[in-house]
Design a protein. Structure first.
Ligand code: GN1
Ligand code: MG
Length: 366
């Protein structure tokens, strides 16, 4: 704790620090809550994973541009409660940047949003609010004057994710494929299932190359637990802005449903409980179509069912790649964790794929 206090003291915080302890369950950064004395806000301290976000200055400049733009829009719209509707990053005392390097790690601090709740699952009502909120988030950023950099280049590029899997298979760094050849053959079976649908899942890149599909500023990590709700169940704001960058709208639509339409967590081992819930899809789509009415193109709208399949598929490929590489990217709690996640996401993909005609009919009915 002394170490964390010393780091926090480099930032221009109000109040005295009383306590610092771990917060949340992100898979990439380390997050802590900073409790301060009465009358001052609490804060969130994060160690930025700079192996993944290699350009921390670019990362924070993106986030500052996005939060300032949203804040100005909310202010112009006469919004009250601004401090709970958009994140606010605190500058360091010297130099004014919103990050601090201690010679080993990069750190940042934002104001803790009070009386807010996150959920790991949502019902259809909340799903519709979330759809509208993420659509609205994209709409607010549609006229962002400065161009954002890609904090992780080609982050949601399915072609790249498949190439990374091919490399992982070739290298078999952890020897897991080798062991599988003498074992159950499960890993081979997963690979051939991915191979069978891989090309079809790269439709976004194909459409983009043909000049039919634009990139827009998207959130790119719209997991259900990255949205804050207030005590009445109304959406406050979206958090975890590290991956806000130019992408296809499929990113935000697909990643939310990947987590929200699945009745169990992405790492639940009970594969038989995995399902793609149509009631959640319908509610989210209704909200999202409303929130994006001003800009969504027909090609984007028509491909929303594809997006709903793409994200479980891409996440399965990413978890599986990490499993073959020996678990170097995602935090794991036990050796087979990434394989369990892969099984879960593949099952979700199968379920979503079977429901594409239903999804299309629903969208046409709107
Ligand atoms: C990571 O850090 P977290 O848990 O918000 C990942 C997402 C994945 C997600 C899977 C930068 O997000 O892309 O969908 O894990 N973020 C990065 O749970 O890779
Ligand atoms: Mg997160």
């Amino acid at each position: 704790m002394e170490k964390f206090i010393a780091i926090a003291k480099h930032f221009a915080l109000d109040g005295d620090i009383l306590d610092i302890r771990p917060l949340g369950n992100g898979l990439i950064n380390d997050t802590y809550k900073v409790t301060t004395s009465e009358g001052a806000p609490d804060y969130v301290l994060q160690r930025i994973n700079h192996h993944i976000f290699t350009d921390v200055d670019l990362l924070q400049r993106n986030i500052e541009a996005v939060t300032a733009h949203i804040r100005a829009k909310l202010e112009a719209a006469g919004e009250s409660d601004l401090d709970r509707k958009v994140l606010h990053f605190v500058p360091v005392k010297e130099g004014g940047k919103t990050w601090y390097y201690d010679g080993e790690s990069y750190w940042r601090i934002s104001v803790f949003i009070d009386r807010a709740k996150t959920y790991e699952t949502v019902d259809p009502t909340y799903s519709e609010f979330a759809g509208e909120a993420f659509g609205h988030f994209e709409a607010m950023l549609a006229d962002l004057p400065e161009a954002l950099g890609e904090t992780i280049p080609d982050f949601h590029n399915m072609e790249l994710r498949l190439r990374q899997l091919v490399d992982a298979v070739r290298e078999d760094k952890a020897g897991r494929l080798h062991a599988d050849a003498h074992g159950s053959g499960e890993l081979r079976a997963i690979l051939s299932e991915i191979d069978a649908d891989g090309e079809r899942m790269c439709r976004a890149e194909q459409l983009h190359r043909e000049g039919k599909l634009p990139k827009r500023v998207c959130h790119c990590d719209t997991k259900v637990n990255n949205m804050l709700f207030d005590e009445n169940g109304d959406v406050l704001c979206v958090i975890d802005l590290d991956t806000v960058m130019p992408s296809y709208v499929f990113s935000d639509f697909g990643d939310f449903l990947r987590t929200a339409a699945n009745p169990v967590a992405e790492d639940a081992p009970e594969v038989e409980k995995v399902d793609f819930r149509m009631d959640i899809f319908e509610a989210f789509a209704r909200g999202y179509i409303r929130g994006t009415a001003d800009f969504l193109l027909p090609v984007e709208r028509e491909n929303l069912p594809y997006a709903a399949c793409l994200f479980p598929f891409m996440q399965a490929v990413r978890f599986f790649t990490d499993y073959l590489n020996g678990d170097t990217y995602y935090k794991i709690r036990y050796p087979e964790h990434n394989l369990v996640r892969t099984r879960n996401q593949m099952q979700l993909y199968r379920s979503a794929k079977a429901k594409v005609p239903q999804m299309q009919r629903f969208l046409e009915s709107l």
